[in-house]
Design a protein around this ligand. Structure first.
Ligand SMILES: Nc1ncnc2c1ncn2[C@@H]1O[C@H](COP(=O)(O)OP(=O)(O)OP(=O)(O)O)[C@@H](O)[C@H]1O
Length: 265
């Protein structure tokens, strides 16, 4: 029997995967995130907001691609400015950027395995993990097809596969449903719900209906600020307000919220 080391007795989970306090982030010279305070734990969190609201800048910051300008940020218990902590933190992150680069001659399998390797997964675990996630996103029959031969929706599914290959504790998806057909979108929501049972998933999207169907809570950003956080049902409730325009209660709730925020500011 071996002795248990002290570090094995340390708690391994943090109640908040994302903790930010008055977070400010620049995009070029522009202050795109203007003081955002947020605590998010496990679940599927939908991030809505108009063009230019700062969603992508926030996602890039949470993915440790860009650094905060001011304020506090902790990810999975690690301070974002802790340089030594970044490497182990990145092994536990999954990120689908809005516009992701790839080598067009890679196959789906090469691409997913390559990203698994970049996240320092044990080499022996990579082929099996890649195969599992390729199946989960419904690309098993295209696993050995070159990326350049895929449709836009299939390419995005390959992007989602690489984002979840390391079974991340924090998954950041920037507009993952762009180009997905309705059947794929429904399957994708199911996948999100499964992952959100144990992990923190933040999904940026313009599709209010995806948020209502798949998310445990909704965040709305406008002009670099968080202007709403609540349950999808709370957003739908706001749709009763006469300010709301849109084809569904949730869309009306979203537009009413933005109008009220802008008229108050
Ligand atoms: N590299 C940059 N240089 C200057 N300004 C930038 C840069 N990147 C983003 N911005 C500006 O920062 C603001 C926030 O942009 P961001 O891409 O984060 O918004 P978004 O909510 O993701 O928008 P969208 O829904 O259009 O993707 C916008 O006004 C944008 O013009």
């Amino acid at each position: 029997m071996r002795a248990i080391r002290a570090d094995e007795l340390q708690p391994t989970t943090n109640p908040w995967a994302i903790e930010s306090q008055d977070l400010k982030v620049r995009a070029g010279k522009y202050l795109a995130v203007r003081g955002l305070s947020l605590n998010l734990g496990s679940g599927v969190h939908g991030l809505l907001g108009p063009n230019g609201a700062g969603k992508t800048t926030l996602m890039r910051t949470l993915a440790t691609v860009i650094k905060p300008h001011q304020g506090q940020l902790r990810l999975l218990g690690t301070a974002a400015d802790d340089r030594r902590g970044l490497r182990p933190l990145r092994r536990r992150l999954g990120y689908l950027p809005q516009n992701f680069g790839y080598y067009p001659k890679f196959t789906v399998r090469d691409y997913v395995e390559y990203l698994a390797w970049l996240r320092e997964m044990p080499a022996a675990a990579v082929p099996g993990a890649a195969q599992r996630v390729i199946e989960r996103v419904g690309l098993a029959d295209r696993a050995d097809a070159k990326l350049k031969s895929l449709s836009g929706g299939m390419l995005r599914r390959a992007g989602v596969a690489q984002a979840i290959v390391n079974d991340p504790d924090l998954l950041l998806l920037d507009e993952p449903t762009v180009g997905l057909d309705p059947e794929q979108r429904v399957q994708f929501r199911e996948l999100l719900r499964e992952i959100g049972q144990d992990s923190c998933v933040l999904v940026s999207t313009h599709l209010v209906e995806d948020v209502v169907a798949a998310c445990s809570d909704v965040l709305v950003m406008d002009q670099g600020l968080l202007v709403f956080q609540g349950r999808p049902a709370d957003l739908v409730d706001r749709g009763r307000h006469p300010d709301g325009v849109g084809d569904s209660p949730a869309e009306r709730g979203y537009s009413a919220l933005l109008r009220q925020h802008r008229s108050a500011s």
